[in-house]
Design a protein around this ligand. Structure first.
Ligand code: F6R
Length: 608
């Protein structure tokens, strides 16, 4: 949430800052701003709404200067107005911030009592005010920075400019990520490597509690006590560079259609198709000796974990407890040391997931993470990283990350089954064969179902509420379908276990409530069809997402039947999630919403 950039070099930086912010717009897009220093004087431009508004502001009212900072905002404190947009200024100090200053009201009260006048509703302004008051008391910028960081509590990544200090940008990190990029006679600061990819792939990540003074020719990094520290430099993955939409209307559409390819990359990382075996990967987690697994994640990543739970329990007979990370971290559950924990995250920065990870670490559990961003905090704090090879996911709604997470989970569940002796070699071979076919089947499904789903979505866009039903892993897809639809089309949607229908939601059924039933011809089919009958009997309009066998076996009238190819039960979630994504996508397109940047949302949720 919120994106930060900083550049110090030998040429004007304002337009470069905006370009970098474009690559961070997925983190927040309700206002944006840049500040530069020219001959020791700070100046800034800010605009409400998306970056195009800031660009327009800058073209009418340009900003010069070879050192600057920029910000794209996802509002936490204070409405998304121009006045609340970053950078925040106070007496020659400019600050951009990602995160939340938890003790801001306390600091604000103290400073106000001493005569400070606050001009915004943000928590960030206290940082600018604190720095300014410390400078007034005679401290140098470095001393003021160190003292400020000792006073503020919470999660933050900061970039700061000081009047009269054209030669430096200061940055600080406690929680949300902050990367320092090395160039040739120029240096960069950014919330992630994507933002810096046009400038450099030579990156150092600040660690929690670090702060840094960045100059044209290098960086000095300090810890929370002001002691110099060294942090490793690494090469950011070149995949970060490819963040355009190609021929697609939206990143989400592009990412949906990339799934066969990225699924196959991810599967190839885990599975040796030639030998029909899952590779030996998880040395730090010995699935044969653990007697339980904890999983925590948020949103779509949580749904990946829920399907992972079904697979670990069914194929490896390994008990799994899963919770959304925002509950997990506060549940104070007992954590026996002979268990392992798995965390799932596309960004690798989600605050609740990271806090859950740290909770398990404190209790001595072995930590594994399924993450898409290899350099992320969750990846770096894990004992073992199970990467998803989805490439950058820019659309706010997660699509290809999910199918890659499922690919990794399928392989891990098989590995665990083998290690625990619950799967024999032939079973493993059959499962690996099924997985090897998943990318090809996904490709043919994506090529064939679009026209039907477009017609259906045009119809769905006329409704205000939609119910999704399923059993087993399709219950999870029902939840995921409802999440996808509501987040990008703003149509109210609920996902339910089909068996729960008669325990309440059946009261909602009438001709104004389309019901999307996800039921391939598997061991749950007959039961789900009975639930579908209950919907039909009450005048509900059914959209039946099934396979060829399921379509042939059904004689109930439907508003639409989407018949996918018959596939092995293991790969069903990988395939059945595709129409679910496309229904949400096309419905949102018909509704005319901002598909890639839906209102109120941000891609990387680094606050609680
Ligand atoms: C939904 C969606 C979110 C994320 C969630 C977790 O389409 O994208 O629900 O899945 O915010 O994010 P990560 O995976 O980055 O931890």
């Amino acid at each position: 949430m919120c994106g930060i950039v900083g550049i110090i070099g030998n040429k004007p930086v304002a337009s470069l800052l905006v370009d970098a912010l474009k690559r961070l717009e997925y983190r927040g897009y309700d206002s944006a701003g840049v500040a530069t220093l020219l001959k020791g004087k700070l100046d800034r431009r800010r605009a409400e709404g998306k970056l195009v508004n800031l660009e327009a502001e800058l073209s009418g009212n340009p900003l010069d200067g070879n050192v600057g900072i920029g910000h794209t905002r996802w509002a936490t404190h204070g409405a998304p107005t121009q006045n609340n947009a970053h950078p925040h200024f106070c007496e020659g100090v400019a600050v951009v911030h990602n995160g939340i200053i938890e003790n801001f009201s306390e600091i604000r009260e103290q400073l106000s009592a001493r005569g400070a006048e606050f001009t915004t509703d943000t928590d960030t302004e206290v940082v600018a005010q604190l720095l300014a008051s410390l400078l007034r008391s005679g401290k140098t910028p470095k001393e003021a920075m160190l003292a400020t960081l000792k006073l503020i509590k919470g999660a933050y990544a900061l970039a700061v400019l000081f009047d009269g200090e054209d030669g430096q940008i200061m940055g600080a990190r406690n929680g949300p990520p902050l990367a320092v990029g090395f160039g040739d006679g120029e240096m960069f600061l950014g919330s992630d490597a994507i933002a810096l990819s046009p400038f450099t792939d030579d990156i150092t990540y600040l660690e929690d509690g670090d702060w840094a003074v960045i100059r044209k020719d290098g960086v000095e990094i300090f810890d929370g006590e002001g002691k110099r520290v060294e942090r490793p430099r690494s090469k950011a993955s070149t995949a970060y560079a490819q963040v355009d939409k190609g021929n697609h209307r939206h990143f989400m559409e592009k990412e949906i259609y990339e799934q066969p390819e990225v699924m196959s990359h991810t599967l190839a990382h885990y599975v040796d198709f030639a030998s029909g075996k899952v590779r030996d990967l998880a040395s730090e987690i010995d699935f044969s000796s653990v007697d339980g697994l904890k999983i925590a994640a948020c949103g779509t990543a949580y749904y990946a974990g829920q399907i992972g739970k079904y697979w670990f329990e069914r194929y490896a007979r390994l008990p799994v407890e899963i919770d959304v990370a925002s509950e997990f971290r506060y549940r104070e559950m007992p954590l026996p040391g002979n268990q392992a924990a798995l965390f799932v995250s596309q960004s690798g920065e989600t605050a609740d997931t990271l806090a859950s990870l740290r909770y398990c670490k404190e209790h001595g559990l072995k930590i594994g993470s399924i993450v898409n961003v290899r350099e992320s905090t969750i990846a770096r704090e894990s004992d073992v990283v199970f990467p998803t090879l989805a490439g950058p996911e820019i659309g706010v709604a997660s699509t290809k990350a999910l199918t890659c997470q499922l690919s990794a989970f399928a392989a891990l569940a098989i590995a665990a089954g083998r290690a625990r002796g619950t799967l024999i070699a032939d079973e493993e071979l059959n499962m690996v064969r099924a997985l090897s076919e998943a990318p090809r089947i996904a490709g043919s499904v994506l090529n064939s179902i679009q026209p039907q789903l477009e017609t259906l979505s045009r119809e769905l866009s006329k409704y205000r509420d939609v119910l999704y039903l399923g059993r087993g892993t399709n219950f999870t897809l029902a939840l995921e379908g409802a999440l996808k639809l509501k987040e990008i089309s703003y149509i109210h949607a609920e996902g339910y276990a089909a068996g729960e229908l008669k325990h309440g939601p059946i009261a909602l059924i009438d001709e104004n409530m389309p019901v999307i039933v996800i039921a391939p011809y598997d061991r749950h089919y007959e039961k789900t069809i009975s639930n579908m009958q209950e919907v039909a009997a009450r005048g509900g309009r059914i959209i039946f997402v099934t396979d060829e066998n399921g379509a042939a076996a059904n004689d109930l009238e439907t508003m639409a039947t989407i018949a996918l190819p018959n596939v092995d039960e293991l790969v069903m979630p990988l395939i059945f999630t595709l129409p679910i994504q496309l229904i949400a996508y096309h419905t949102a397109v018909f509704m005319g919403t901002d598909v890639d940047q839906p209102r109120n949302l941000a891609k990387s949720v680094t606050v609680e």
